[in-house]
Design a protein around this ligand. Structure first.
Ligand code: SAH
Ligand code: MG
Length: 195
């Protein structure tokens, strides 16, 4: 039943070009959640609820708050979360994350939204991370483009995004309040642990 839903979401993502996490990436995050006893998660970038549902499936006591600004995806996420019967565990916020104010503390902050805004997301929500909590950021390789010669990238827009991902990487490296590891898993994952 849940497996059918996962398959349906993957098909939908493929058909409508929704950039859901790749298998290797989401498997890593699920293992991280299991190994570190993560119980509360704040996700930036719900899309259609694929990663949120897979993270919530790790254990029944996991609670997730997830933020999405795109209406069509948000509505699709609501449907999927209902089908998964996880309405009481996955809390959707339909808003630009940069306008969301939260008071709660979370074990894990998962950043997977607009890549150019990663520093802003990090700075906005680090106060919502409990001591020794973790920030995981997806797409640090930006579809392999971060390791490519910038001159070779034809689109100016894409080149700028690649620069933003590099700026974010430097920001994490210099951040003394966190210890960050960059993993060549999936599309590149950064794991930043609050000291
Ligand atoms: N985590 C999802 C994929 C997210 S794709 C999964 O793996 O299943 C990134 C999503 O972030 C997109 O749907 C986009 O609309 C959303 N997004 C980008 N910038 C945002 C912002 N500032 N606030 C809220 N959502 C944002
Ligand atoms: Mg991603």
């Amino acid at each position: 039943m849940q497996n059918d839903l996962i398959a349906q979401m993957r098909n939908y993502a493929e058909e409508y070009n929704v950039p859901i996490m790749v298998d290797e990436g989401i498997n890593f995050v699920r293992n991280y959640i299991a190994r570190n006893d993560v119980k509360s998660i704040l996700e930036i970038g719900t899309a259609i609820g694929y990663s949120a549902i897979l993270m919530a499936m790790v254990r029944p006591d996991i609670q997730i708050t997830t933020i999405e600004r795109d209406e069509k995806r948000y509505l699709e996420a609501i449907k999927n979360i209902k089908k998964a019967n996880m309405q009481d565990r996955i809390h959707l916020i339909y808003k630009d994350a940069l306008e969301v104010e939260l008071e709660e503390q979370y074990d894990l902050l998962f950043i997977d939204a607009a890549k150019a805004q990663n520093i802003k997301f990090f700075e906005r929500f680090e106060k919502n991370l409990r001591p020794f909590g973790t920030v995981i950021t997806d797409n640090m390789s930006f579809h392999g483009l971060v390791n490519q010669d910038e001159e070779q990238i034809e689109s100016r827009n894409v080149r700028q995004l690649v620069r933003k991902v590099k700026d974010y990487k430097a920001f994490l490296e210099q951040n003394q309040a966190f210890r960050t590891e960059f993993l060549e898993i999936g599309d590149g994952i950064a794991v930043s642990i609050k000291k």
